[in-house]
Ligand binder design. Structure first.
Ligand code: SF4
Length: 355
């Protein structure tokens, strides 16, 4: 086992120095602000998908003080399409905290970085090692996969005990003098070679001593404690239109897409027909009469743990209504493009020439 650990770290570092061709703008970046920004963007997002967002944010906000001064709405617009909007919200709060309370200087120890809002152990280790060369190993899905396969670990990685033992192993394997390079190496190996599917073992520097490769366990490892469940939801959107304006409101923080905007939503646990929509209490809350409802289309969006089914309806009203218990506004259709919406709503509004 000890020999295998030494082999693991040595092979990984040699591969990184000589063969790792993964080139991304945040690699070898030493500015903790930009490293943090890249790590926040890359949570739940593939590198190539995150790249244009990273470039847009670094151009709009080259420093943490620039980000601190940004208007929420402008930052949310830049974030549009990345999902998990709490990440953007926490990022703005943290930038403002650093700017106002820490003199605009990013903290320099792992513990201080970890204390920042929205930063967990993985991001703190990435910033500490890349920016300050501190000896903290990153542990994320890529790392669980590489370690579980190479060492043949069949204990679930998603339990408290599993997380602790994988973290201890990752910390033990870390090249303490080159923590940034080591962390980059294991993340890149997991992202490009030891991938969840279509694993490229023929190119892997660890193949010779890899338990999963040698025992045919690649499809079995890593192991989860339980199957992930997917929640199915039905978002029935009603576009209320009147006099060139559309009714919209801001979603709350307590659900997906917090702080983004949407038309009037009637959410159900089951598929809904136009008739049952009209009979729902949320529709009756509108108190409208003499209307014609139009079906505008449907689509779906898959999130990590949710499947959202969208139905779109529209109603042309003769006069504007006030909807009780919901804070909404009537917005000029021309101004819709200035507002941040969830990705699927942007596509729908664009495709239907709302903007
Ligand atoms: S040999 Fe294959 S399974 Fe083993 S670490 Fe390398 S890529 Fe992963």
């Amino acid at each position: 086992m000890e020999a295998n650990k030494k082999y693991f770290s040595a092979q990984l570092m040699a591969w990184h120095a000589n063969e790792n061709e993964r080139s991304l703008p945040w690699k070898s970046e030493q500015d903790p602000y930009k490293i943090w920004l890249s790590e926040v963007i890359l949570q739940q997002t593939r590198a190539l998908q995150g790249l244009p967002y990273y470039l847009a944010f670094t151009e709009a906000y080259p420093t943490v003080r620039d980000m601190a001064a940004a208007a929420d709405e402008e930052a949310f617009r830049l974030w549009q399409g990345l999902g998990y909007y709490n990440r953007c919200k926490n990022m703005l709060a943290t930038a403002r905290h650093i700017s106002s309370n820490l003199g605009g200087v990013f903290p320099k120890t792992y513990e201080e970085i970890l204390a920042l809002k929205g930063i967990g152990p993985y991001t703190a280790a990435a910033i500490a090692s890349f920016a300050y060369r501190l000896p903290h190993a990153v542990v994320d899905g890529n790392v669980y996969r590489v370690l579980a396969r190479y060492f043949g670990i069949d204990a679930p990685f998603d339990t408290t005990a599993g997380k602790k033992s994988f973290s201890e192993l990752a910390q033990e394997l870390l090249d303490k003098k080159n923590s940034g390079a080591y962390n980059q190496a294991i993340m890149d190996l997991g992202a490009t070679v030891c991938t969840p599917r279509n694993t490229r073992c023929e190119e892997c520097p660890l193949q010779k001593k890899c338990v999963a490769y040698n025992q045919g366990l690649i499809d079995v490892l890593p192991v989860r404690s339980k199957k992930q469940t997917v929640r199915t939801r039905y978002f029935n959107y009603l576009l209320l239109k009147c006099d060139g304006k559309i009714w919209i409101h801001k979603r709350t923080d307590s659900d997906i897409w917090g702080n983004l905007h949407e038309p009037y939503l009637i959410e159900t646990e089951q598929p809904l027909t136009a008739i049952s929509l009209l009979n729902s209490s949320k529709f009756k809350n509108l108190h409208i009469q003499n209307f014609k409802i139009n079906f505008e289309g449907r689509t779906t969006q898959r999130l990590t743990h949710q499947l959202i089914n969208f139905n779109f309806f529209s109603i042309n009203l003769e006069k504007k209504i006030t909807i009780h218990n919901v804070n909404g506004i009537w917005l000029n259709a021309n101004d819709l493009k200035k507002i941040a919406f969830p990705k699927t709503l942007v596509s729908f509004l664009k495709n239907n020439l709302y903007f």
